[in-house]
Design a protein around this ligand. Sequence first.
Ligand code: NAD
Ligand code: USQ
Length: 401
Amino acid sequence: MRIGVLGGDGYCGWATALYLSARGHSVSIVDNFARRQWDHELGVQTLTPIRSLSERLKVWQELSGRTIDLYVGDCMDYDFLSAYVKSAEPESVIHFAEQRAAPYSMIDRKHAVFTQVNNVVGTLNLLFALRELQPDCHLVKLGTMGEYGTPNIDIEEGYITVEHNGRKDVLPFPKQPGSFYHLSKVHDSHNMMFACKIWKLRATDLNQGVVYGTITDETALDEALINRYDYDEVFGTVLNRFCVQAAVGHPLTVYGKGGQTRGFLDIRDTVRCVELACLNPAAPGECRVFNQFTEQFSVLEIAKLVQAAGHKMGLDVTVEQLPDPRVESEEHYYNAKHSKLIDLGLKPHLLSDSLLDSLMNIAIQYRDRIDTAMFLPQVDWRKPTNARNLKPQGVPVAVSR
Ligand code: NAD
Ligand code: USQ
């Protein structure tokens, strides 16, 4: 299959591009390297020393004999994106290319506006490019479990049957997202549903949970193929952060009561889920939703698992409950359905001690690159952030750290 991976230089996108290429698909990557610039802007870096994309692709070709085509450009630029679709003629396009950190979108007005424009306009451009040039192409779009928020009822996969005043309908599940980033995904979902309805496009919205892990079979082949491992307060996700904190003896930073419950999955399952969606496309006019996670945990449960794994490795791991910088329910009901990908054949990698050990061992291997100043939260949902070097975009600042 000809598959486009938009955002193929990022954490999920890089692992996915290699996985699909290894399975014989003809893969092309689109990326504008915005993510590498955001790292520069925030003064952070991934724990793992990632190489330039051109070097990664060269090494992959040498090792696998397979070529991945690269298109460098911005999804917000319609001329570029439509030229890409025309040239690559993808049968499936996997859209990862968005600003994906909730804290980044909550820094201040500029970052909120940037996040929503980047994400919503990129997806809209893609919908228009597919309609114009490749209407049968299956759009596989990364959404997020955070679109639903934490309602006091079970969460369905995208749609819910509602009975009201004696009438019944199947409607989109109510959305109560918790950041301007998560809101951008809700806006995308609505635009996709509408485009599928009026133009008979085919789309799958993958409402993914929090991803953990860094190693996949392909990225493990050579250090030049190593994937990102973010642990900073803006882009680092909770389990990855806790493993790095444990490795250097920093208290695990549980926000608030720690009862925040989320769906989680191993990055090895991210790549497989995306492949399953591509191999089993939506029908023309269908906008289906899969909840893409394998297990649910509270933040405190995650901290206890990391603490236990650390103790087994002889590490002194403590847990510190910090005031929650976010506005979110710290204790709540949570039961989200997630059977559609299992029905298509997903065999989940469940969170294991060996995975936690390996994440901590990677942290120990690259401990010279760990900056503990990246652990404590600075972005506050309640007010604009002026701390550290998190300044509005485009305003030159002298950084001293
Ligand atoms: P990432 O930041 O590592 O990668 C995103 C990539 O997209 C980057 O390489 C970036 O340069 C590129 N990009 C962003 N905007 C672009 C634009 N306008 N034009 C071209 N390229 C652009 O993020 P990730 O963790 O790989 O996440 C990928 C997708 O999966 C995102 O849409 C995210 O919302 C979703 N997701 C991620 C997680 C997670 O835990 N990482 C969980 C659920 C959903
Ligand atoms: N948290 C802590 N301590 C930390 C970091 C986070 O307690 O040091 C808490 C947060 O307050 C939150 C939970 O852990 O309650 C998850 O936070 P996170 O930063 O791991 O994840 P989140 O902000 O939700 O975003 C990540 C990805 C995003 C994706 C989302 C999936 O960055 O792209 O959409 O996970 S979901 O959470 O299902 O919406």
